[in-house]
Write a protein that binds this ligand. Structure first.
Ligand code: BES
Ligand code: ZN
Ligand code: ZN
Length: 482
């Protein structure tokens, strides 16, 4: 991310400026001529929420935010406004903006900045200059806001950087990011911020008997990896660690239960979104030195058909000795996550959260508007997660884990099957994972939100990083609740 974000005292005459105004209150007129002021006033009276004045050397934006709404909603309006401002600026080939809120509301200003910055993301490293879009990327954001601390800006910069990095990883195709490459990317990210990273290679994975990960990897020409990342601050708020587990399928063809090519396989480079997201979250926690002990576990491989690929009907033995009757090789995420969830037991965790593009069914059920969660953690923890989701507009819909669903996974010849039939796919996936947990646990199915096929406001086409701001907010709140 090449955008400089800084606190500044005064607007100048050269830079473009965004004036954010609470609905119903007066707006700053000193940047506008009488004619311009009247034009803005009339537009606002007509109910417009964003007015643009082109002063030729710069643009002046007046943005109205309705703080009578719920805070989660008006902060999202602020992000969307930030995104639309960056898109107008870049069309005008302007690289600099200054912004302030008429009543010095730092949260609104930071949400606006989030929209500006996340909306400016582009993935164009594989395009010649002549093929790149001709708009100019944002370079500088000056924030005018007395109560806004430099620390707050810096910690926001760290999460923005992490989201850029995670989106890059998700957008990187398997031709350029196999499991080994993913783990070394995570290692590098960790090293930059003081996170310990250990990468298990195939022989270590074999000695640990991670049969789920090894089975999925059988069809691959590349070896699997299992990456362990740890942030252990000097005086953590927690005695037992929080563990994040991420699905790291660097490409999902479905294996022998091959996916149809068009549409359903085209974007399966994004099947490691969970891995990238939790890697980004633990690194942001470290960069911002949050006093919370967190461990991230990332099983990674691609899932392909080949002469040696695992075959429907196979019995696969997970690390804890559980025999799984594998009846659909496309339900591979749960196979690799089972080993990671078993591995997590050795830490006696306070809470485990797994993040996975697990089922098309989660996406079909609620669309790209929220992630699907389920789990055995306390209502208190679940409510905190839901609250964080509302704060940052990465919302959560909880699905039940009723015992009835376990019936669907009963196998005639093994301990459990890896698929349950046509109905309730997301829940059955969650129910399978639950089998391998023995601690408070939450599962995030991000299949509907991890990757966007079209520009969706500040969530650009491609990897979105959805869930990162939610988890980061959750850990921040845990630390400040102490
Ligand atoms: N990676 C897919 C899920 C997915 C689908 C992610 C669409 C993103 C967008 C997962 O491994 C998968 O194929 N799940 C199967 C499970 C089924 C075989 C029980 C599915 O959802 O169809
Ligand atoms: Zn699959
Ligand atoms: Zn998958």
């Amino acid at each position: 991310m090449d955008i400089r974000i800084y606190k500044t005292n005064k607007p100048d005459l050269k830079a473009s400026i965004a004036i954010i105004v609470t609905k119903g209150s007066k707006f700053e007129a000193s940047f506008l001529s009488d004619k311009e002021y009247n034009f803005v006033k009339q537009s606002l009276e007509k109910g417009e929420t964003q007015v643009l004045i082109n002063q030729y050397t710069r643009l002046v934006f007046v943005i109205i935010i309705d703080t009578k709404k719920q805070s989660g909603d008006y902060l999202e309006d602020s992000r969307k406004a930030g995104n639309s401002v960056q898109s107008v600026l870049s069309e005008h080939k302007l690289e600099t903006i200054k912004a302030f809120h008429s009543e010095n509301n730092a949260d609104i200003l930071m949400a606006f900045t989030e929209g500006l910055v996340l909306g400016s993301y582009r993935f164009n490293k594989y395009q010649k200059k002549s093929n790149k879009d001709k708009t100019v990327p944002l370079k500088e954001v000056g924030l005018i806001c007395q109560p806004l601390s430099k620390e707050k800006i810096n910690s926001a910069i760290n999460i923005f950087k992490a989201i850029y990095k995670v989106r890059d990883l998700v957008n990187e195709p398997v031709s350029h990011l196999n499991a080994v490459q993913l783990s070394s990317e995570l290692e590098q990210m960790g090293q930059e911020v003081g996170v310990d990273v250990e990468i298990f290679n195939k022989s270590k994975i074999e000695s640990l008997k991670m049969g789920g990960l090894l089975a999925v990897n059988k069809g691959s020409v590349d070896p699997p990896t299992f990456t362990v990342m740890e942030w252990k601050p000097v005086k953590p708020i927690n005695k037992k660690p929080y563990i994040l587990v991420g699905k790291g399928i660097v490409y999902d063809t479905g294996g022998l239960s091959l996916k149809p090519t068009s549409d359903s396989m085209d974007y399966m480079k994004s099947d490691m979104s969970g891995a990238a997201i939790i890697g980004g979250v633990i690194c942001t926690i470290a960069a911002n030195k949050l006093p919370v002990h967190v461990i991230a576990l990332i099983p990674a491989t691609d899932n392909r058909p080949s002469g040696n690929a695992y075959a429907p009907g196979d019995i696969v033995t997970i690390m804890d000795g559980t025999n799984v009757e594998m009846l659909n090789s496309d339900a591979e995420g749960r196979m690799v996550l089972a080993d990671a969830l078993v591995y997590a037991k050795k830490y006696k965790p306070e809470l485990v959260i797994d993040v996975a593009t697990l089922t098309g069914s989660a996406s079909m059920a609620i669309g790209p508007y929220a992630l699907v969660a389920m789990g055995t953690a306390s209502v208190e923890i679940k409510n905190k997660l839901i609250k964080s989701g509302e704060n940052v507009y990465e919302r959560i819909v909880e699905f039940p884990l009723w015992e009835d669903y376990a019936e669907l996974l009963k196998s005639d010849i093994a301990d459990i099957k890896n698929v349950g039939g046509k109905e309730a796919g997301a829940i059955v996936g969650g129910k399978f994972l639950e089998y391998f947990t023995s601690y408070p646990w939450v599962h995030f199915d991000i299949a509907g939100v991890a990757f966007s096929k079209k520009n969706d406001n500040y969530r650009k086409k491609g990897g979105t990083g959805f869930g990162m701001r939610l988890l980061y907010d959750f850990f921040c709140n845990l630390c400040s609740d102490q």
